[in-house]
Design a binder for this molecule. Structure first.
Ligand code: NIG
Ligand code: FE
Length: 420
């Protein structure tokens, strides 16, 4: 039995519940002043005002506490869940980034053979050991941002061997460092050179040769597709995702990012766990998401910002009753950042979300986008003890202290894993 007692937090701020929050519910946050949390075996056992929690644990002898932390002056929030990233890659694309800053578009660079292909070339070449080292360094950066669970997508190998190298690296990274990784197979991220102008054959190859191996080795929980102009059209995306569903994978989708192909409609029809990006979502698709409610709308403001695109219509989605999550999209092309302060600033100032909605979107709704809202994403008895300490006495300093990282400590599974 290992335990931890945290006392006298100036504030605890958390959404409440075991499932996604939709629409107005996203704005409902529980605030506890002078709060305390008692954790046992990695889980939250008691949470409340400090005097209430002390009352509950007082029958225990002080020597039976492994660790007591005085949180005076700090705010406690749930560990952030970054539910959409491509953090495992080799090589960087600084020159193309500068070309984009100077005016080229993401798709122009991709058509010239840069973009995702450039990262595929570098990732195929790198050794598995080097790839894991790159991954663990980036996970460390994420932990310092207060991210305790992250989604990781493959999609920079494309051929079977290199995709399996990425997926196996995720599995090993899950064991050797504290941040939990939910794994997504994104073989349909680009059409590899070997299959140029043969999209149908590539989809067939994925369905017949790759998905069964991934299932057999349990290397990924989700299957995703980059459904967009010049990449995978609606028909190929639908074919792939339906086959993946039949094999028992959960579904995610890059939808309506660069152009509107009605990707969100397909995601909703297939009961995808999430539809991501949504910069070009149509009004009809917003209605569809809000009616069915099974699919999380995952918005990636850093990507819209770095692509100099418009932002996804967060306000319209929430006002119509959808459930919105926020994530970094960490990748070497469109969003080379895992900055929580940047996500918070853009969601507020450019997407008009409230601070309460932003907190829900980064925690409980992020967990819902990974189908783990029953165990993560909020601070409540029974949930996993993933807790972020902020340097100030109110969680709204996340926005007020604009662009600054105010994380001072991170607790993962009830253990202190980072201290600034
Ligand atoms: O989510 N849209 C596709 N994938 C990433 C970009 C990946 C890359 O450019 O390497 C995204 O924006
Ligand atoms: Fe992405």
């Amino acid at each position: 039995m290992e335990n931890l007692l945290i006392l006298h937090a100036s504030q605890i701020a958390t959404p409440i519940g075991n499932s996604i929050k939709h629409g107005k519910e996203m704005n409902q946050i529980k605030i506890i002043n002078d709060g305390a949390i008692f954790l046992e075996n990695g889980l939250i056992k008691y949470i409340g005002k400090t005097d209430e929690v002390i009352e509950k644990v007082k029958s225990r002898n002080i020597s039976t506490f492994d660790k007591i932390i005085d949180a005076t002056g700090s705010t406690l929030v749930p560990g952030f869940v970054d539910s959409h990233t491509h953090f495992l890659f080799a090589g960087y694309r600084l020159d193309e980034f500068c070309e984009r800053v100077a005016g080229s578009t993401y798709m122009e660079i991709m058509e010239k053979g840069g973009g995702i292909q450039a990262t595929v070339d570098a990732t195929r070449k790198v050794s598995s050991a080097k790839l894991k080292k790159l991954g663990s360094n980036r996970l460390q950066e994420m932990l310092h941002q207060g991210i305790t669970t992250v989604e990781g997508k493959s999609g920079y190998g494309l051929d079977k061997e290199a995709e399996l190298k990425q997926l196996r690296a995720f599995r090993e990274l899950n064991v050797i460092q504290p941040v939990d990784i939910s794994v997504t197979y994104l073989g349909a991220h680009a059409i590899p050179r070997e299959f140029e102008n043969k999209t149908d054959e590539y989809i067939e190859f994925i369905i017949k040769e790759v998905l069964p191996v991934i299932k057999e080795e349990e290397l990924a929980e989700f299957v995703d597709v980059f459904c967009d102009q010049g990449v995978f059209d609606l028909e190929s995306s639908s074919k792939l995702l339906k086959s993946a569903k039949k094999l028992g994978f959960k579904i995610k989708m890059h939808a309506d990012e660069i152009a509107n192909l009605n990707g969100v409609k397909l995601a909703s029809e297939l009961d995808a766990v999430s539809a991501d990006h949504l910069i070009k979502i149509s009004l009809a698709e917003i209605d569809e998401l809000s009616r069915k409610k099974n699919t999380v709308a995952t918005l990636l403001p850093c990507t819209a910002f770095c692509l100099k695109e418009n932002f996804a219509p967060a306000r319209e989605l929430i006002d119509k009753g959808c459930g919105v999550a926020l994530a970094s999209d960490y990748n070497p092309g469109s969003s080379f950042t895992c900055s929580i302060p940047l996500i918070v600033a853009l969601s507020s100032f450019s997407m008009k979300m409230t601070m309460n909605e932003i907190l829900t979107a980064l925690t409980l709704n992020g967990a819902a986008a990974l189908d783990i809202a029953d165990e993560k994403g909020s601070l409540e008895p029974g949930k996993i003890g993933d807790i972020v300490f902020l340097n100030y006495s109110d969680f709204r300093y996340l926005l007020y202290n604009t662009g600054n990282n105010i994380v001072s400590k991170v607790i993962k599974n009830g253990k202190l894993v980072y201290q600034a």
